[in-house]
Design a protein around this ligand. Structure first.
Ligand SMILES: O=c1nc[nH]c2c1ncn2[C@H]1C[C@H](O)[C@@H](COP(=O)(O)OP(=O)(O)OP(=O)(O)O)O1
Ligand SMILES: [Mg+2]
Length: 209
């Protein structure tokens, strides 16, 4: 068991509105008061790590230190087996920044097309297996941290379908279903997603008996 959160206030160290909404919903049952990095005007740190774990810890530590309170960061991404796990840690980077979407806005449609283009180059029989990874990092102002990893398997599907969720949700069909994450009701996504998987571990460790 890791170090536990003492108070009820937690800083959510993300600048991604879709993630913030999901994290708020996943934490709602535990009486945690969530503050967001954006609302506190914290800068978005440069993600210089080469793994989800490194980036999650880097983001959580920077926020915890700046705000002098415990912080939770999420580093996540989509990995395609036939592409050697790409885009992986660079999932957000494959979507170019769009000034008209705000400081963290990105062109997801273009990014999804880039992945599809690479799969098409492999031919019609290409293996479309893929998975979403999520690493949650909790950090305290003194630099201490705890990490929780989650994953969900699926298939890369084209064309994109659905309007719910965020990011690459319209191309991700989770194993055992025939609709995309963007066609699933949020409660359904929260039962099976990589983020939910990581949260189950965090909740057991932090709020469990
Ligand atoms: O459930 C998801 N459904 C769809 N797409 C997702 C999901 N989870 C991660 N993703 C994609 C989009 C995200 O932008 C990127 C992670 O990049 P990542 O650096 O962790 O997040 P980010 O830059 O958007 O926000 P921030 O670093 O401020 O938390 O992978
Ligand atoms: Mg990021």
């Amino acid at each position: 068991m890791s170090r536990r959160l003492e108070g009820k206030r937690l800083l959510i160290a993300t600048h991604n509105a879709g993630k913030l909404k999901e994290i708020g919903a996943l934490l709602a049952p535990y009486g945690i008061e969530c503050l967001s990095a954006g609302a506190l005007g914290l800068a978005e740190p440069e993600e210089t790590g080469t793994t989800f774990v490194e980036n999650a810890i880097l983001k959580a530590r920077a926020a915890a230190k700046a705000a002098q309170m415990p912080a939770l960061a999420d580093d996540s991404g989509l990995s395609v087996a036939a592409l050697g796990g790409r885009p992986g840690v660079y999932t957000a980077d494959w979507a170019e920044r769009q000034w008209f979407e705000g400081p963290s806005g990105r062109d997801w449609y273009m990014a999804m097309g880039k992945v599809e283009g690479l799969l098409c180059e492999l031919g019609p029989a290409a293996d479309r297996s893929c998975w979403f990874s999520c690493v949650l990092a909790l950090a305290w102002p003194d630099g201490d941290s705890a990490v929780y990893e989650g994953r969900v398997e699926g298939t890369y599907s084209w064309p994109p379908r659905g309007t719910m969720g965020f990011g690459y949700d319209p191309v991700f069909v989770p194993q055992g279903k025939d609709i995309t994450f963007a066609e699933l009701a949020p409660e359904e996504k929260h039962r099976i997603s990589h983020r939910a998987d990581a949260f189950a571990k965090l909740v057991a460790d932090q709020f469990g008996a």
